[in-house]
Design a protein around this ligand. Structure first.
Ligand code: AMP
Ligand code: MG
Length: 406
């Protein structure tokens, strides 16, 4: 058995960032930038008003009321035609260009307009107020978004404002997912005697999609070497193949043998982790295969710990602070740990003093998907950690990290 950290490093070392492609902004949400987004324009391009009101020279409003002659009305998108001279003002709106001569905007609520003039009645007038100078937001040539950024709605807005109709992003990793087990049927199908519904294919497809990859669901293969080999052959060009089930040492655990038959070189099998001990990693030529355990909780917990970082690596994504372990207080006592790093499913609660309490479920059976669905975090118990009481500090990772929910 190798440690979780060593297994993760060996998996990460096997992946490199993939190539790039160009996508329209409409399709860019959640994608990872392969080229930086630099401003192609200055924003705002000229000084503009931040309010509806009047553009004036501040020196004309040192004592109130002040009566100024109106030169013109400037809508957003209009070019001013007149310079504002001494004793003059221009009607102006949010986003309108400030005319030459004016240096300040007074809001319309403080004014009354009458026969070609405006009277400013109240409000202290500070020079430059409500004026957005040219380039306040960004200037042409400045960097808006860095390589490796996973694009949010805000980022897409910024790229649009910087005049990018499309962005260059890393290609989505293609990931094949094969479930194995005689007992499996798909939801909606009639269950065979002693059958269960295959949750892993669906959970893992959704998981890798949420991480930014493109899943290819290869369905369920029965526990026969030939059937497993045939199912894998259906996958054209993948960046990673994931199998679930059949990874232990029983007579019906045939995944390793089937993969070796098609040329897999085993890198490691079995890790010091609970759940997830029978994790397997190997390569067929240059292609990577990760064999996950069949138990649904084990499959998803190992996906969080190993597959999410592998996808991040392929995408060239910057590290996401939401994926980092953080301190929690235990909401219940936990027993001393053995040699396997333990990942306890737990709910998270914020205390009135802002500390976070993670309370593990009483039963930590790796077949209990309903508990996993209710869990917010995984408490990490290092190998040989001593028994701990409620209130003691521990480390946890979020189950649903990143910009999309996993
Ligand atoms: P195995 O790793 O094949 O020994 O499977 C361990 C446990 O996980 C067994 O109880 C299987 O029935 C269950 N299991 C295996 N594959 C799946 C799957 N795709 N969906 C749900 N449960 C599964
Ligand atoms: Mg099985």
């Amino acid at each position: 058995m190798i440690s979780v950290a060593a297994a993760k490093q060996r998996i990460l070392d096997a992946f490199l960032p993939l190539g790039a492609e160009q996508v329209p902004l409409d399709a860019a949400l959640g994608r990872v930038l392969a080229s930086p987004v630099m401003a192609r324009v200055t924003q705002p391009p000229n000084a503009v008003s931040a309010m509806d009101g009047y553009a004036i020279r501040a020196a004309d409003a040192t004592s109130l009321p002040a009566r100024l002659r109106l030169t013109e009305s400037i809508a957003a998108g209009d070019r001013p035609r007149h310079c504002v001279g001494v004793g003059e003002a221009a009607r102006i709106f949010t986003g309108s260009q400030i005319p030459d001569g004016a240096d300040t905007v007074v809001i319309q609520e403080n004014c009354i307009a009458e026969d070609g003039h405006v009277v400013i009645n109240t409000g202290a007038v500070r020079q430059g107020q409500f004026v957005r100078p040219a380039g306040l937001d960004f200037r042409e040539g400045e960097q808006g978004l860095a390589i490796g950024r996973r694009l949010s709605a805000r980022d897409i807005g910024l790229a649009a404002a910087m005049n990018w109709p499309w962005v260059r992003v890393t290609r989505k990793p293609r990931i094949g997912i094969l479930s194995t087990g005689n007992e499996l049927a798909n939801p909606g199908e009639r269950l065979p005697p002693a059958g269960i519904y295959s949750s892993n294919s669906f959970a893992l497809s959704a998981f890798v999609r949420a991480c930014g990859a493109e899943p290819c669901n290869l369905g369920n293969a029965p526990d026969q070497k030939k059937a497993i080999v045939t199912a894998i052959a259906a996958m054209q060009q993948s960046d990673l193949l994931i199998t679930t089930g059949g990874a232990s040492q029983g007579e019906h655990d045939l995944v390793r043998a089937a993969l070796e038959e098609i040329g897999m070189k085993l890198d490691f099998w079995k890790i010091a982790m609970r759940p997830g001990k029978p994790l397997m990693f190997g390569r067929i030529g240059k292609d990577c295969v990760i064999g996950l355990p069949g138990n649904p909780v084990s499959a998803l917990v190992t996906a969080i710990v190993f597959i999410r970082p592998a996808i991040q690596r392929m995408l060239g994504a910057l590290p996401d602070p939401a994926d980092e372990p953080f301190d929690v207080r235990l909401g219940a006592a936990v027993a001393a740990n053995d040699e396997r790093e333990d990942y306890l499913r737990a709910t998270l609660r914020k205390e009135p003093d802002s500390t976070l309490t993670a309370t593990p479920f009483n039963r930590q059976d790796s077949a209990m998907l309903a508990n996993l669905a209710l869990a917010d975090v995984l408490i990490i118990r290092p190998p040989h950690a001593p028994a701990a009481s409620a209130g003691n500090l521990a480390q946890a990772i979020r189950i649903g990290g990143g910009c999309l929910s996993t």
